[in-house]
Design a protein. Structure first.
Lengths: 314, 213
């Protein structure tokens, strides 16, 4: 077993340790309540922790199995996210072919390009080729009603659910000197920093939050956000040994990723509010949909990827 | 041979169910009823040939075993494959809609109800290709409600299938489909056919999820 696999196992079992503690706390709280007493907050908490068990297991297995496993996992996440997103966008029957192309051609190709590490192609494939070609396919059907809204929303879905999500596995394609095949650990770093910061932001926002960032949109507060980013910096420092960034570099990268992620969450809250839905879907028990779970990672991934590329790839 | 056919029917049924789940993540929303075994007529909106398999797929196994979709004989007997899938996989009650054939569809439907089966019906009669949420209902639903008043008539809204698989398209789009079950209706004493059909149609249309676009 090589060093990288060892580290992934260590991180996975470390996360399991945290989940055991969270499960234990939940069970203790439940045991202290009278029998037959309904506590919806505790029930939600427990279903969420259960979903977390599944997520840590899936990501752990994917990272250990290497590139193919990571590609399959994130391609599936992209598929689920795109399905949730395009369910809520404006479309007409004239878009049927371009939407089918988005699902069955653009999405697989993007992941093939990422797997082949053709960075020149996966960076422009959706923003240039899909952006120009899919509206042509829609226009050929000759329906102009709300055309701009239709093609713009489809493109937004592709950018978010495929382009942005694919930048998580694309971290493996970065060629960082002296880091080599350990680049798979960047995925673990990004996902752990952003997701834990999210959780702690929620916790502190509930506890000490006062000033809403965007009232009428989301219950997020500046206090929660500052605490969340602070925690992300701390987690970044603790995890700096798996990165090529060094202690202070890791702290800075963690701060940038979590900050972008939290504001990304705000953007998705605005979209959901506009469409009049609470969650993107019901696929993950207690969490809503894949987009609900991944929203901060989706926003953070391309920024994290390009910052790493800019500062650490010679 | 009969055993083999039954086995094949089960395999095909499970495959259809898994395919529906994988593509559309189809989900049941039990708003007005619980998923418990009770004799019911699920009446649904009809926009695509995929409607019936969707409802069938979200029913839990104990309910699915006992449910029979009412479907058009001319469609399901067109070729050998359909003649296997319709009657044997879905256990359809096949009725002939053509006026020149004296098929007495209602007798078959009542017979199926008397055997204790639940039914899936599409009271609009045809696939709805218009912008309106529903076409005017045919009288069948009312006749069932009058003939067998104990059976629950459950409005069942299938969302999104007109975008997933519109008429004339070959590739289904993987969008999320939700099947919403509403509160059961019964024909009330002295209620006229038109009043009841209007009430049933309103109850069904009210289940459509509102998504602003």
């Amino acid at each position: 077993m090589n060093e990288t696999t060892n580290d992934i196992l260590l991180l996975t079992f470390g996360s399991f340790g945290i989940l055991i503690a969270l499960t234990f706390i939940g069970e203790v709280l439940r045991a202290r309540e009278p029998a037959n007493f309904d506590n919806p907050i505790l029930d939600t908490y427990m279903t969420r922790v259960q979903s977390w068990w599944g997520m840590v297991t899936f990501i752990g297995i994917a990272l250990i199995s290497g590139k193919i496993g990571v590609m399959i996992l994130f391609a599936f996440a992209s598929f689920a996210a795109l399905r949730e997103f395009l369910t809520l966008t404006t479309k007409a029957q004239a878009d049927h072919m371009s939407l089918a192309l988005a699902f069955f051609v653009v999405l697989p190709l993007q992941y093939i390009f990422v797997a082949m590490e053709w960075s020149g192609l996966y960076s422009v494939f959706i923003p240039v080729y899909a952006f120009l070609l899919l509206p042509i396919v829609s226009a050929l059907r000759g329906n102009s009603e709300r055309f701009l809204i239709r093609v713009a929303e489809t493109q937004w879905g592709l950018m978010i659910a495929v382009f942005c999500v694919s930048h998580v596995p694309a971290l493996m394609a970065l060629d960082i000197e002296g880091y080599g095949e350990r680049s798979v650990l960047l995925i673990a770093f990004l996902v752990m920093v952003v997701q834990f910061a999210d959780l702690l932001e929620y916790f502190f926002g509930r506890r000490i939050g006062r000033t809403k960032i965007a009232p009428g949109l989301s219950p997020k507060t500046w206090e929660g956000l500052i605490c969340g980013v602070g925690c992300a910096v701390l987690i970044g420092a603790i995890l700096s040994w798996i990165t090529p960034f060094g202690m202070f570099g890791a702290m800075g990268m963690a701060a940038a990723a979590s900050l972008v992620g939290m504001f990304g969450n705000l953007v998705f809250a605005a979209i959901k509010r506009d469409r009049g839905v609470k969650d993107w879907s019901h696929l993950i028990p207690g969490q809503g949909g894949f987009v609900d779970q991944l929203d901060s990672v989706i926003f953070a991934a391309p920024i994290f990827y390009h910052l790493t590329r800019f500062f650490y790839v010679s | 041979m009969k055993f083999l056919r039954q086995f094949a029917a089960r395999i095909v049924g499970q495959s259809i169910r898994i395919f529906a789940r994988a593509v559309t993540a189809v989900r049941a929303d039990w708003q007005g009823i619980e998923p418990t075994p009770k004799q019911r007529v699920y009446f649904a909106n009809h926009t695509s040939n995929g409607d019936m398999p969707m409802i069938w797929s979200v029913l839990p196994p104990s309910l699915r075993r006992n449910v029979r979709p009412v479907a058009a004989a001319d469609y399901w007997l067109k070729n050998k494959l359909r003649a296997f899938v319709g009657p044997e996989v879905f256990n359809c009650v096949l009725v002939d809609r053509r006026p020149e054939v004296k098929d007495k569809p209602m007798d078959k439907i009542i017979a199926a109800l008397d055997e204790g089966s639940s039914l899936i019906i599409f009271p609009e009669g045809n696939r709805n290709m218009t912008e309106d949420p529903l076409l005017p209902f045919k009288a069948g639903l009312y006749n069932m409600g009058v003939a067998r008043p104990d059976v629950d008539l459950v409005p069942t809204w299938v969302a999104n299938l007109n975008t997933i698989m519109p008429k004339g398209e070959v590739i289904p789009l993987p969008l999320i489909c939700t099947v919403t079950f509403g509160a059961p209706l019964h024909v009330e004493d002295g209620e006229s056919k038109d009043d009841f059909l209007k009430r049933a149609s309103d109850a069904l249309a009210a289940l459509a999820p509102e998504v602003r676009t």
